[in-house]
Design a protein around this ligand. Sequence first.
Ligand code: ADP
Length: 457
Amino acid sequence: MARLVIASYRVAEPKRGAAAGGLAVGIADALKARRGLWFGWSGRTAPAPSPEPDIVEHGGVGYARIDIASADHAPFYAGFANGTLWPLLHYRLGLMEFDRAALAAYRRVNAAFAAALAPLLSPDDLVWVHDYQLMLVPRELRSRGFAGRLGFFLHVPFPPPDVWCALPQGSALLESLLAADLVGVQTERDRSNFLACCAHCLGVAVTDGTVVHAGKQTVVETFPVGIDTQGFARTAARAALGRAARQLRESLGDRLLIIGVDRLDYSKGLINRFLAYDSLLHIEPSWRRQVTYLQIAARSRIEVAQYRALRRELDRLAGRINGEHAEFDWTPLRYLTREVPRATLAGFFRLARVGLVTPMRDGMNLVAKEFVAAQDAADPGVLILSAFAGAAAELTEALIVNPHDPQEIAEALARALAMPIGERRARWETMMARLREATAAAWAKAFLDRLEACPAP
Ligand code: ADP
């Protein structure tokens, strides 16, 4: 079996492995089975990038990590990756900033990753590069002589040509991805957008989802990312009996819980979500005092100005909503701007009657899947889900809403709160059956099987 080499910006702590959540859950089995290597950033900066990674082994898996040059980290990460690419890939041209110096830092960091990784590779390795921070790594690896099988997966959305083409020098990024044998994306919409951008920006031929560029063939396919469904369900069942869940339940009394859990990011639609709740309390006053909305929004990317501005706006709005609607013994909105341990979140999801997941645009949105997995089969809650989350393609029994319309979200909230148990169960069972199949491990296996099936170099 070929060795698996993963390259991603962040790498799980070796001792925590899959417990770290996210990507680690999906690739844990594959890394173990293939005695793999996980390559990425050490979390440290240094005057110059490390020429050689620091390598440790844990549980049969190698972890190779490099430092990023101090002068490059901010323009690479806060600058090009999260100030330019993140808004662009989430269709938010109005928020996109561009500066050539930041692009140059992004190029240098991607080149440094490839330069440190290439010497560790052998020709029959399966190399799998992840996400928008490392879009130039495929081409950099090829130019350093790696000719083996190379895959790339984009965890975030891919926009249509009219949006993508606004990115100066965007063609270089597309060309780099086409140095891979397999490009994976989350949904059919992302796939058709990516192919349209290849045709439009590079003028290449696209046939049956395969792109031929500079004599090389790249397959583009859809692999919706999953979660460890059974594991999360077990964690939720256990955590619902724990101390934090008990305290939350006691504090709620008979009130129904609406929950939202996100990074504090403008792609998550938090402003419209707050406005929707405000609207519910106005248009359906019978729900006043009967509900509590708990929004947990972990602070994120505070080095980027747009994130700080969003935080201020949400603080203001939360204050306004509570000021207007609260009673001396009822706080309608509980708003926390920090991280909460995964298990605690799982228990909270299980207590909630409604999971509110309304991003303006999201590659997948794992919170939607976690909410479903955490429910009690006998008394499941209702998921309200944005049509523009990748998860909406699979979780079709959620109440699907347009996140641009707070009124529509408010109507969905009223419907979800009043939904009879029979309908709640029927919707939940269908979604849960799908999530039991489409796990994170199945996602990684599908991608790697497809990559292995690409013609040998
Ligand atoms: P994104 O990758 O854009 O942050 P996802 O919904 O796909 O969005 O994944 C977010 C992950 O981070 C989920 O596993 C979720 O449980 C976790 N998460 C989100 N917000 C918090 C928080 N406030 N505290 C702890 N974990 C969080």
